[in-house]
Design a protein around this ligand. Structure first.
Ligand SMILES: C[S@@+](CC[C@H](N)C(=O)[O-])C[C@H]1O[C@@H](n2cnc3c(N)ncnc32)[C@H](O)[C@@H]1O
Length: 224
């Protein structure tokens, strides 16, 4: 929640889904963001919930229909996320943000597999240094993909994500569920105070242990 355009915050959810996360059995990322905004008493934000699946978006729209916190602060966008990112400069200008340094915000990346529009993300994160990344990283999917002869596309490790997107500070959460799902938060401002429960600085002892668990099987870890 640290995003501001003038007095506005921006949030881009590139894999919004329907508003219900059936894999985890909890509210999906758009609702989680709106709840967090409400808890923080923040009403000055513009959120873009992007997904290419019209069915998921129609369910999401219904879920948000009765929510009067939203009015014109939320945009539900049916688009391929790469196309959305390509048009982002124009979108921000539409919000009155012409100076990339004054765009403060967060970008959520939560793919099912590991495919994400990395080239566009690299461009966007290079241009907007005050955008923070929040990314779900599944150790199970990553390992499966890297051991498969079908492995295609670029699926970076958490450390490679930081280098690619040029962010200086990052924390990572302990993996949960059968998918070994961790959340990586990366930004250009240091994290101050107590970290959220289960999170560790990425290069701390705890953070390195998490990365080993995400990237190596227990057998491989035994051989490290
Ligand atoms: C893991 S689900 C998202 C879950 C959601 N963030 C939540 O917390 O419930 C991944 C979503 O990304 C969407 N998606 C996958 N590839 C996409 C793409 N190239 N452009 C836009 N949306 C995409 C899928 O339709 C799906 O709804």
């Amino acid at each position: 929640m640290g995003a501001r355009i003038g007095r506005h915050l921006v949030h881009l959810d590139l894999h919004a889904g329907s508003g219900w996360n059936s894999a985890a059995g909890c509210k999906g990322s758009p609702l989680a963001y709106l709840d967090a905004a409400q808890r923080a008493g923040n009403t000055n934000f513009t959120a873009f919930f992007v997904d290419h699946d019209p069915e998921a978006l129609s369910i999401l729209r219904k879920r948000l229909e009765f929510d009067n916190r939203l009015s014109n602060r939320v945009h539900i966008v049916r688009s391929d996320n790469e196309v959305f990112l390509r048009r982002l400069d124009t979108t921000f200008k539409g919000l009155g943000a012409y100076d990339p340094l004054k765009v403060f915000g967060s970008v959520l990346v939560d793919p099912n597999g590991l495919e994400s529009p990395w080239e566009e993300l690299e461009r966007v994160f290079g241009k907007y240094p005050n955008l923070d990344l929040v990314m779900r990283f599944s150790g199970t999917t990553w390992k499966r993909k890297h051991k498969s002869s079908l492995c295609k596309g670029y699926s970076p490790t958490p450390a490679q994500v930081l280098r690619t997107l040029n962010r200086n500070h990052a924390i990572i959460s302990e993996p949960v569920t059968a998918h070994q799902a961790s959340v990586l938060v990366a930004r250009n401002r240091p994290f101050k105070g107590k970290l959220p429960k289960g999170f560790h600085p990425i290069y701390s002892k705890g953070g390195i242990k998490i990365q080993e668990k995400l990237l190596f099987t227990s057998k491989e870890r035994g051989n490290l």
